[in-house]
Design a protein around this ligand. Structure first.
Ligand SMILES: Cc1ncc(COP(=O)(O)O)c(C=O)c1O
Length: 424
């Protein structure tokens, strides 16, 4: 992506003393606002409070007679699988239901591959140095998994329709040590991008030097629309099968941002061979997941239609906050050429790009003014944004009025840091 160009640098520099004065005045206010992590607000969590009483004392049997209080049921309850099958547009046979966290499932899938390899591979990935492609800006915890386990990360640009596919295709075709790629294919964290059908088809069909290459398809925001329409995403397991690479995709999702964050239900979807392999390992790890949690989710949502109706209530709470971010940025920074920002149709984040080299300074200034932002570089492998310009904005947690104040502060910090930089 090309660098931003200030529309009127002379005027911005002339305004420097005004920005400094406004900044000093804000510092006096003693603000304490936190825009760091994409957590649901307490109002959003309240929406799922009936979960706590969704099971009565004698309600513990699943539709197939399984006693949810007892061990077993490694796959998960059939009715929970039915809901995730619709959510991920796949079949229940392609699913295994996990515990509360999809991050755990993806972490463990990577570790299993490192220790044991994958079905169509030639042994443990850890036998040699391996790499993952990391479309960026991306999700910092994906990058932490790689860093923690010594997997080298290769940054790939992410544009409006997905990763830069020409680069991806070249890299995977020529380097057999590239075993995996992180993808947040819908309402991506943090840019809000949904991969186009063409991108999904190319990812599914591309020739990879590693026969056991995997797409780690983190569909965390599959049903997290902010507006009445959804951005369609081609189903990747079927796309891979159609392209002759049936085992390529490992799909992850959870209800963390549907019911309760960290106390929801997570799922892994993949080809029958991948699912059989995952279950072989999971059977060593656990005697079975928390089926009572699954059952209360099933009782609460009833079915996928119930879940999507619930998501509309989340959207009603989230949408005004996202609209506030856009309104303030447009009012304060529109036309300046000092920043560009995404206007996502779903998900949890807005991605703000500034002049090259300014992100660290803007985040530092915002902190001094009482607004905490995600650290600069967090959205890139190794915490290093090569152009030091990307800032992740997470508007979900604070009330809308605080989002407004925080965005006014961030906008001022963009103006101030840019003016100082342009002055030289
Ligand atoms: C892209 C993405 N994947 C996974 C997660 C975490 O999911 P879970 O709560 O299911 O572990 C998040 C949370 O912010 C996320 O943004």
């Amino acid at each position: 992506m090309t660098a931003l160009t200030p529309t009127n640098p002379t005027e911005i520099v002339q305004n420097l003393s005004d920005y400094e004065a406004r900044f000093a005045a804000i510092q006096q206010q003693g603000l304490k606002l936190d825009m760091t992590r994409g957590k649901p607000s307490s109002e959003q969590l309240d929406l799922a409070n009936p979960l706590s009483v969704a099971l009565s004392v004698d309600d513990y049997k699943a539709a197939d007679g399984t006693d949810a209080r007892n061990y077993g049921g490694l796959d998960g309850l059939p009715e929970m699988k039915a809901i995730f099958a619709e959510l991920l547009e796949t079949t229940p046979a392609n699913l295994v239901i996990g515990g509360a966290s999809s991050l755990t499932l993806m972490h463990d899938a990577v570790v299993r591959a490192l220790l044991h390899g994958v079905p169509d591979g030639d042994g443990p990935w850890s036998r040699s140095k391996i790499k993952f492609l990391c479309p960026s800006p991306g999700y910092d915890r994906h990058f932490s998994i790689c860093q923690h386990h010594g997997i080298e990360m290769v940054t790939v640009e992410l544009d409006g329709s997905g990763p830069d596919m020409a680069t991806v295709e070249n890299l995977v075709a020529s380097d057999a040590s590239i075993k995996g790629m992180w993808c947040v294919p819908k309402y991506s964290n943090p840019t809000g991008v949904t991969y186009s059908a063409e991108v999904v088809e190319r990812l599914a069909a591309m020739k990879t030097a590693a026969a056991d290459f995997r797409l780690f398809w983190d569909n965390a925001y599959a049903v997290h629309d902010l507006f009445d329409t959804t951005e369609p995403l081609l189903e990747v397991i079927a796309a891979c099968a159609k392209a002759g690479n049936p085992n390529r995709a490992i799909v992850l999702a959870s209800t963390s941002k549907i019911s309760f964050a960290g106390a929801g239900v997570a799922a892994l979807a993949a080809s029958p061979a991948n699912i059989a392999d995952a279950k072989k390992h999971l059977a060593i790890q656990t005697i079975g997941p928390d089926k009572l949690n699954q059952l209360r989710h099933v009782r609460f949502f009833k079915n996928f239609a119930g879940l999507t109706a619930h998501m509309k209530k989340h959207a009603a709470l989230l949408r005004p906050k996202f609209e506030t971010v856009t309104r303030i940025f447009e009012r304060e920074l529109g036309g300046t050429g000092l920043a560009s920002w995404t206007k996502p149709r779903g998900g949890y984040f807005v991605s703000l790009d500034t002049l090259d080299g300014c992100a660290t300074e803007i985040i530092k200034l915002a902190d001094e003014a009482g607004v905490k932002l995600t650290p600069a570089g967090a959205t890139f492998p190794y915490g290093k944004d090569p152009r030091n310009r990307n800032i992740r904005i997470a508007p979900s947690l604070p009330p809308a009025s605080q989002v407004e104040t925080a965005m006014e502060v961030v906008s001022l910090c963009v103006l101030l840091a840019s003016a100082r930089k342009l002055q030289g």
